[in-house]
Ligand binder design. Structure first.
Ligand code: ZN
Length: 88
């Protein structure tokens, strides 16, 4: 009797990848942003090294897209919030 040879392949075709801002690994990235914005917000947080990079890097490099996790994407969520405060 030939028993069915099941090749126990635990294949993970979804790998975690590091978030562009915090560096933690996630499966899903709801946000995408340019590397420039990453450096800008890091500079806001007092990271002088990022400010330095921001000034010295090529524009082509700065416009690379970076993936953001759920947590980090909230920092860049203020885009569609302009219509609320309309003092005017
Ligand atoms: Zn993150």
């Amino acid at each position: 009797m030939a028993s069915g040879g099941e090749e126990g392949g635990m294949q993970k075709f979804q790998r975690k990848k590091p978030c562009g801002l915090c560096g933690y690994s996630f499966f899903a990235f709801p946000g995408v942003i340019t590397y420039k914005s990453i450096l800008e917000i890091r500079g806001d947080w007092g990271d002088a090294d990022s400010v330095d990079k921001l000034n010295k890097s090529n524009p082509t490099f700065l416009y690379n897209q970076v993936k953001l996790c759920v947590y980090c994407s909230q920092f860049f969520d203020k885009n569609s919030d302009k219509t609320k405060k309309n003092g005017g």
